[in-house]
Write a protein that binds this ligand. Structure first.
Ligand code: GLY
Length: 379
């Protein structure tokens, strides 16, 4: 049940290996890339408590020594102080140009460690072992690395492709329902932006992917369904990244829902009030609403998107965000701080229907404000 997606970038090609039980076999997968039998692992406390022992003993069984830096969990770790700590730790561990650094965690760890690997000794190789659904389907693939600035999310970073990605789908079983659904926001995004058949499938099978519920599938079929969902997501991302590694064009499609999402994350403090994938899901619903109001897609499309999010038990509307939100004008101003602004013009990913997204800067501010105002009224 192991699937491999090859990311075909000239001189920087790599595989994303997807399947259950990969963590225990990590040594076998990593060994061919090692110049000496030693890796430096960077992880966070929650992942370390659950899975670091298994990773280290799997490596040790093949004679691979490992040292680990364990950072605090949470978005705040994606910041200058922890970047400095990570780089200084790698230097103190006498990291060499030929070494491999392992980013073992969710999106925060992957982005931070990837950026540290991009800069220490002017660049060392790194391997992603993503532990969250969000990281498995999105952030571990495609080489975007970085940290947040006090002015906004992901404003400091580098493109640095990993050498290998090991997405062990068994690890999804230990996620909380909330973390799983947050990652599922990114899974839905792929169907919405470019594959209506995948969205159709998610409408039928999405609930069976969740951990810790009595679903209608056998254990084996649940595992297969999860592997398929991660594989299809990664496959879509792979083809987009291959055609536009540094986001000069099509890669921006992967930002469906993200312009709204980044403003909502800024408004809620990048924390527990709104997880990134939750913001993506709400942002996708808003992008469909905006597209419908601009006459680009049918009125049924936003309803269908929202119905699936609700069916999954996900945050769907602005009203689902706890606490007070800023007004529509403030949210629009926060959107303008996003790095997806070209010549002062906001770039949006809009849709002609489910599975048919495109990028445009041609969106009237009034229509955006109306969509936000209507969402905030019910808040
Ligand atoms: N998460 C969007 C991208 O990788 O381009």
């Amino acid at each position: 049940m192991i699937e491999t997606i090859h990311i075909d970038l000239p001189g920087r090609a790599y595989d994303v290996v997807i399947g259950p039980g990969l963590l225990a076999q990590a040594g076998t997968w990593i060994m061919p890339f090692l110049k000496r039998p030693r890796v430096l692992i960077v992880t966070e406390e929650n992942v370390a408590a659950l899975h670091l022992g298994e990773l280290k003993s799997g490596l040790a069984a093949l004679g691979i020594m490992s040292e680990a830096l364990v950072l605090p969990p949470g978005e705040n770790t994606k910041s200058w102080p922890y970047f400095e700590q990570t780089v200084e730790w790698l230097v103190a561990q006498k990291v060499e140009r030929g070494d491999i650094v392992v980013a073992f965690g969710g999106g925060v760890i992957g982005d931070l460690v990837g950026f540290a690997a991009a800069t220490v000794l002017r660049g060392v190789r790194f391997i992603q072992i993503p532990t969250s659904l969000l990281a498995q389907v999105d952030s571990s693939v495609g080489g975007k690395t970085g940290i947040n600035s006090s002015s906004g999310k992901n404003l400091i970073g580098a493109f640095h492709q990993p050498t290998l990605v090991l997405a062990d789908t068994s690890l999804l079983e230990t996620l909380t329902s909330r973390d799983f659904l947050s990652g599922y926001g990114e899974v839905i995004k792929y169907g919405l932006l470019g594959d209506v058949a995948f969205f159709d499938w998610l409408e039928l099978e999405g609930k069976n992917l969740k951990p810790m519920i009595n679903n209608t599938l056998s254990v084996n079929d649940t595992v297969k369904a999860r592997v398929w969902a991660v594989k299809r997501s990664v496959e879509m991302k792979a083809r987009i990244v291959e055609s536009d590694e540094t986001e000069r064009g099509d890669r921006a499609l992967l930002n469906l829902g993200h312009t709204f999402c980044h403003a909502l994350e800024a408004a809620t403090g990048y924390g527990d009030r709104l997880l990134h994938g939750e913001g993506v899901a709400i942002g996708c619903a808003l992008a469909f609403e905006l597209s419908a109001r601009m006459g680009l897609c049918s009125q049924e499309d936003p309803s269908r998107v929202r119905a699936h999010l609700k069916d999954m038990g996900m945050k769907t509307d602005l009203a689902d965000i706890d606490g007070i939100l800023p007004d529509a004008d403030t949210l629009l101003a926060l959107m303008r701080q996003d790095k997806k602004v070209i010549n002062g013009q906001l770039q949006f990913v809009l849709v002609r229907g489910i599975g048919d997204a495109f990028v445009t800067g041609d969106v009237p501010a009034d229509t955006i404000l109306n969509v936000l105002r209507d969402g905030l009224v019910s808040h």
